[in-house]
Design a protein around this ligand. Structure first.
Ligand code: ADQ
Length: 471
């Protein structure tokens, strides 16, 4: 086994897997994410990425990816059902998103969750050289920092939560709440998307474990000190901006607009098909705008991209049926021949096609009911190099803490949602440009390279790791 001085531990390996069981399009798999940002480190630091391929059965031997060593962790069919679809995505995911769907509790699922977390911790132990830095990602692997610290007190361990971390009133529902908190507290640094999440975590450490905690640090009974804080994740703005400016992407954008009937305005939404994303509320708001005569189908069209996700989980199948029924209802009621009111696209696209779509969007509607960050909002801003385009953004997306110049909205308030869409549709172009400029300036300063630098600096990995990073 080759040992590395930096080990990233994430549920998924950073590879595109066409046969992925859940059909999900998660950030970990997007080629422009964390792996690219790690690039400047890789020439100097042997790095291993530990994760699952997306297929059940024995783990394959994988070739290095851009000099990152890939270490696949196997999952059996039963583990996939009980850890990934079960405890991670039917218990923790809904609970962490304000319980917008009822979390499901099964004792057996937690046992399997722990078993899979143990396997990831064993793999990290095997791949980490003495004194290495291990960076664990997200809610699928919350027990790994604790399990790993027991085995390897010599390691520097970071944990980052990509999804929201809920207020104590919700978290305390969890039957195994103390174990889950203690698992995260095995890390030296626990990072969240928003300050509020760090605050919730500190309160829980006090309430459930009796630790001494502030919003910056938690001191455990055994003297172990854990630093906590907000590290809002980001995207590679420069890369996406460059892609959006390519002539073939511009040509494709013109073609898409033409295919849409050259409408005066295009409203775009791009989501994983998930009940946290507020897709139904958004469609309803749009249909009420048509019904109320605020928008006319031939001059304002809506494009809803919704990539299938976690399709074997019942709540996701039910959502898909409901969304498709609503799209059918709206189109049945308001479309004219050759002029659908809603263009509904239910499949993944490559980055260039996505960039072309963002270029077409005069209004981008990002209105999740709750979201850790929401990278789509940042991707849209990255592609609007000419400072056009209005972003309608939910207050409940992590991105809202950074984009206070977006048209912010409470997506639970249907009239408020309609009002924000109308404000964005009717906005003065000078106001739109001024808002977009401010958001782009923020994003340029806070891109994925800055995120990585801030996190690794806070984790105190030593000069050798951060010295080579782009800022
Ligand atoms: P997700 O819930 O998956 O991520 P999000 O942040 O919006 O949500 O990222 C979705 C990604 O998928 C984006 O990069 C987007 O471009 C891509 N995508 C969407 N539709 C696509 C399509 N049709 N084809 C191809 N790609 C598509 C979780 C948390 C978020 C948090 C991220 C990162 O739920 O809150 O922002 O992790 O931390």
């Amino acid at each position: 086994m080759r040992q590395s001085s930096l080990v990233v531990v994430a549920m998924r390996l950073p590879i595109d897997d066409d046969v992925a069981r859940d059909g999900a399009c998660e950030w970990r798999r997007s080629p422009g994410g964390l792996v690219n940002a790690l690039h400047p480190i890789l020439q100097h630091t042997p790095t291993t990425w530990i994760g699952w391929t997306g297929s059940t059965g024995p783990a394959p031997q994988l070739p290095d990816l851009d000099s990152v060593r890939l270490h696949a962790v196997p999952l059996s069919e039963e583990e996939f059902a009980e850890h990934y679809e079960g405890f991670a995505n039917s218990t923790l995911w809904p609970l962490y998103h304000d319980a917008v769907e009822q979390p499901v509790y099964h004792r057996k699922w937690f046992q399997t969750y722990r078993q899979v977390n143990e396997r990831f911790a064993e793999a990290a132990d095997a791949c980490a050289e003495p004194g290495a830095t291990v960076w664990v990602q997200d809610y699928h692997l919350q027990l790994v920092p604790g399990l790993l610290r027991e085995r390897r007190p010599d390691l520097r361990i970071g944990f980052f939560m990509h999804v929201p971390f809920p207020p104590p009133e919700l978290f305390v529902q969890l039957p195994r709440r103390a174990e889950l908190l203690a698992g995260m507290l095995g890390a030296d640094l626990v990072g969240f998307q928003r300050e509020q999440a760090a605050h919730n975590f500190a309160q829980l450490a006090t309430k459930v474990l009796g630790a001494r905690a502030t919003d910056r640090r938690i001191e455990l009974a055994d003297g172990h000190l854990v630093r906590i804080g907000a590290f809002p994740v980001s995207i590679d703005m420069a890369e996406l901006a460059a892609l959006a400016q390519r002539p073939e992407v511009a040509a494709r954008a013109t073609q898409i607009r033409h295919d849409l009937g050259d409408p005066r305005r295009v409203i775009l939404a791009v989501d994983r098909l998930d009940y946290t994303k507020g897709i139904e509320q958004r469609l309803k708001a749009y249909s009420e705008l048509i019904a109320g005569g605020h928008v006319k189908v031939h001059d304002t069209v809506m494009v809803q991209v919704a990539v299938p996700s976690r399709e074997r989980v019942a709540q996701y199948r039910i959502l898909r049926d409901r969304v498709e029924r609503e799209v059918g209802r709206i189109n049945g009621e308001f479309s004219r021949v050759g002029e659908p009111a809603v263009h509904y696209l239910n499949r993944p696209f490559d980055r260039a096609e996505l960039a072309a779509l963002y270029r077409v969007a005069d209004i981008m509607a990002v209105t999740p009911l709750r979201d850790g960050m929401n990278l789509v909002a940042k991707e849209y801003v990255a592609t609007r190099f000419d400072h056009t385009g209005a972003l309608v953004l939910s207050e409940f997306a992590g991105a809202a803490a950074e984009f206070d110049r977006a048209y912010l909205v409470n997506p639970h308030d249907l009239d408020g949602l309609k009002g924000a869409l109308i404000r964005a549709i009717e906005a003065d172009p000078a106001d739109v440009a001024e808002r977009m400029r401010a958001m782009r300036a923020h994003l340029a300063e806070h891109d994925i390279h800055a995120w990585l630098h801030r996190y690794l600096t806070a984790l105190d990995t030593g000069e050798t790791l951060v010295a080579h990073l782009k800022r």
